[in-house]
Design a protein around this ligand. Structure first.
Ligand SMILES: Nc1nc2c(ncn2[C@@H]2O[C@H](COP(=O)(O)OP(=O)(O)O)[C@@H](O)[C@H]2O)c(=O)[nH]1
Ligand SMILES: [Mg+2]
Length: 405
């Protein structure tokens, strides 16, 4: 039977339409879609260590799982001695000269979190804080604020560090382009953040800390008590950003770690993240130049963590071993890779939590979720710097090895 031409045309057009609709429904798309693939028009894709990675921050997300403790009546009032606050503090090591930047960080954290929960702030410095610093900082919160100086012996360069050898190493590492290596105080700061901060007398009986640096930003309302969340969900360490380090700054950190492990196998956790630490596939050159360590670490300018971990025999002995080896000065071992390696070896990887919901920036990187609780950051944006900086994002490897916590 012959079919009229207009009818044939209509049938063909309908078929095309059906195929087009099917194509649109299947196609992976950008922000807010429920698809699982990476966005097709992503200019950073060629720099990513895993090109099939789709940033979870593109997809709508909310708060972590219940139980979540919230403000009810005066349960978190600053002067409530029976408050529901955990044994925790907001903690900043900071210089007098960073006052304006510190106030900026503090305003963001007070606005998004702490004006509700009123956790105390502790400010530490290797020099006495000025009156102006104390006055202007105290005006930014209704929570308790404490200022203190570091015990001299916590900051001082250890006596076994040879000054000539240090100067020689600075010269070598400068040639290799390692940042800040000629600043002694930077080495001191990294060592202090690795093995000293939790020994400060003011923190003796405190369990939890949230590390806050000057000139960082917080973008999203956090309406539950993050410290109680860590406690309730049996977590040790919380992070937002996971990055590769400059391998030249940690060239002998992994070999020293192997020596320590050889003599201390009892400290290795059965559910460790060794595969993440030793991943050679995603940045093979880093792995090679860092002598067996991927250089991936939790970016430690943001940390919400249990100081019990650092006070454990495993970490205490590990830090002592590293400190004696001298790499905080002869190289530029950072507290971030030191914390990360220790966590990856001695802790259950399920106790490490990605705070997806805490919108955060420390120049030049972001953690910015797709959530109505956030303002001022673009969901899924990892950096506002050069596109090649995307190569430093090692979250895909952490998520693959350990999940999202
Ligand atoms: N009191 C004091 N704080 C320091 C010193 N060096 C660094 N810090 C602090 O240590 C943290 C890390 O230093 P920063 O300069 O931000 O290092 P970066 O983030 O690696 O560039 C910040 O909170 C600084 O305020 C120092 O010599 N004295
Ligand atoms: Mg910083």
């Amino acid at each position: 039977m012959a079919v009229a031409k207009p009818i044939r045309f209509l049938a063909l057009a309908s078929l095309c339409m059906i195929f087009y609709i099917l194509y649109i429904l299947q196609k992976p798309s950008g922000k807010g879609s429920l698809s699982t693939g990476p966005p097709s028009n992503d200019p950073a894709a060629k720099y990513r260590v895993d090109r099939s990675f789709r940033d979870p921050n593109l997809d709508p997300s909310g708060e972590p799982q219940e139980p979540l403790r919230r403000v009810v009546g005066n349960n978190y009032a600053p002067d409530n001695l029976e408050s529901e606050r955990a044994n925790a503090t907001l903690l900043s090591l900071v210089r007098n000269s960073e006052l304006d930047d510190m106030i900026s960080s503090m305003r963001d954290l007070e606005r998004t979190f702490n004006h509700k929960f009123n956790y105390p702030w502790l400010f530490l410095n290797d020099e006495p804080f000025t009156d102006e610093f104390k006055r202007r900082i105290s005006a930014e919160t209704k929570a308790q604020v404490t200022f203190d100086i570091l015990p001299k012996e916590h900051w001082a360069t250890p006596e076994w560090i040879n000054e000539d050898l240090y100067q020689e190493s600075v010269h070598v590492l400068e040639e290799k382009g390692v940042q800040y290596v000629n600043k002694k105080s930077y080495h001191q700061m990294c060592r202090w953040n690795s093995g000293m901060f939790y020994k400060h007398p003011r923190l003796k009986s405190t369990r939890w800390y949230w590390r806050v640096e000057p000139n960082v930003h917080f973008f999203c309302d956090v309406d539950y008590d993050v410290f109680r969340w860590m406690e309730d969900h049996n977590k040790t360490y919380g992070f937002t950003i996971n990055l590769y380090d400059n391998p030249e700054s940690v060239a002998s950190l992994w070999p020293e770690t192997l020596k320590f492990m050889h003599d201390n196998t009892q400290f290795i956790h059965p559910n460790n993240a060794m595969k993440w630490l030793q991943d050679a596939d995603h940045r093979p050159d880093n792995f090679k130049r860092a002598n067996g360590y991927s250089t991936c670490h939790f970016w430690s300018n943001f940390e919400i963590a249990d100081m019990g971990f650092y006070r454990s025999p495993a970490y205490t002995q590990y830090f002592e071993h590293l400190d004696k080896a001298g790499g905080f000065f002869y190289e530029r071992w950072g507290d971030a890779p030191v914390h990360a390696i220790a966590l990856g070896l001695f802790e259950d990887k399920n106790k490490i939590h990605w705070f997806q919901d805490i919108g955060y920036q420390h120049i030049p990187f972001f953690n910015c979720p797709n959530s109505p609780k956030c303002r001022g950051c673009e969901a899924g944006k990892f950096t506002d710097g050069e596109l090649w900086l995307h190569q430093d994002d090692c979250r895909p490897v952490w998520f693959k090895e350990a999940g999202k916590g």
